[in-house]
Unconditional design. Structure first.
Length: 341
């Protein structure tokens, strides 16, 4: 063999283990559900927290909780810590099977594990009605479940703990944004971190006084006809996060409304909370920017939300064309993040 071929041969041999280890492959369009029959599905649970506020989660001794979730694994996931994963947080409507199962199955069919956490389902003892859940089960509990899910996945032999992305829808999307702040990430990740964060149609209610982040990138996906979203407020939050150390990409879909990847046809629903404005202090205390009331517990949370939530309904609606676009953008983000290690 000519001497000049040896460097080429060595390069090929060195590249082979990495190529063999990458068993995930994101396609466009995403797999049809009928092509996901080989996916492995497990009901799982793991320890979490019922902290009502960030201050209680970070500095107090909150009641322990048992988080419940569904784990979707690729058919060929092996115990070699090579499989990347996505942790999903649902919205205020709770688990929407047609959304969570669809994402879970499709990602697993592309070689990516998915953990869909049911934050409300694990806490039926706190509240069962829509209003009751929003009042009693806070964003902080979503964040606690997210990091508990990260540690659960890190202990699984199939999962690469350095390639786990956190994604959330609406209310869960707010929690996915909160989780990128160092204020949460440093004490809760315990040596780990989410490799990236994705917020689907998340209202930008809270701003953090301490803008430092984990450094992980954030993708924000919105519809430009979504009446829960205030673009100016989301721009402020995005700039805060950039100043704190994270790359932030915002994508807006023309004509799209809230929950374009759900099951409901276009309709008016619920109450509008886009006027709510919270501030999170470095101590973890939360107060309302409009009334200056501190959110210390159920009573003050009830008063604050009663004063800022409008009775006007907002439009939601499934839009398969937008879902195809968001799949493409979400998939491109995952591919970039997973390829960095």
């Amino acid at each position: 063999m000519p001497f000049r071929l040896f460097p080429l041969l060595i390069g090929i041999l060195l590249a082979m283990p990495a190529a063999a280890a990458q068993r995930w492959h994101i396609v466009d369009p995403w797999p049809a559900l009928e092509a996901t029959d080989g996916v492995r599905i497990e009901a799982v649970s793991f320890p979490s927290s019922n902290a009502f506020t960030p201050a209680q989660l970070l500095h107090g001794k909150p009641d322990l909780a048992i988080a419940i979730a569904t784990l979707y694994l690729p058919r060929d996931a092996r115990p070699d810590h090579a499989t990347p994963a996505v942790v999903f947080l649902h919205g205020a409507a709770g688990m929407i099977g047609s959304r969570s199962e669809t994402y879970g199955r499709q990602l697993a069919a592309m070689g990516i594990a998915a953990l869909t956490i049911d934050t409300f389902g694990a806490r039926t003892g706190l509240a069962r009605s829509f209003i009751g859940r929003v009042l009693h089960i806070t964003e902080t509990m979503f964040v606690a479940d997210a990091y508990a899910g990260l540690h659960f996945l890190a202990a699984r032999p199939e999962i690469d703990p350095h390639r786990v992305v956190l994604a959330g829808f609406s209310w869960g999307g707010m929690a996915a944004i909160y989780a990128v702040y160092a204020q949460f990430a440093e004490p809760l990740a315990k040596g780990l971190r989410f490799a990236g964060h994705v917020a689907f149609y998340a209202p930008c209610i809270a701003r953090f006084a301490d803008t430092r982040t984990s450094g992980a990138p954030l993708l924000m996906l919105y519809g430009d006809a979504d009446e829960l979203i205030r673009p100016d407020r989301c721009a402020e939050v995005a700039n805060d996060l950039r100043a704190g150390g994270s790359a932030v990409e915002k994508i807006s879909y023309p004509g799209a409304v809230h929950q374009w990847d759900g099951a409901m046809p276009r309709r008016l629903i619920g109450r509008n909370l886009s006027a709510c404005r919270f501030k999170v202090e470095p101590s973890g205390s939360v107060w309302d920017e409009r009334t200056y009331l501190p959110m210390m517990g159920l009573v003050t949370r009830t008063v604050i939300l009663a004063l800022c939530v409008s009775s006007e309904p907002f439009p939601i609606g499934r839009d398969d064309a937008v879902r195809a676009l968001s799949n493409r953008d979400f998939g491109a983000f995952l591919a970039r993040v997973f390829a960095q290690r």
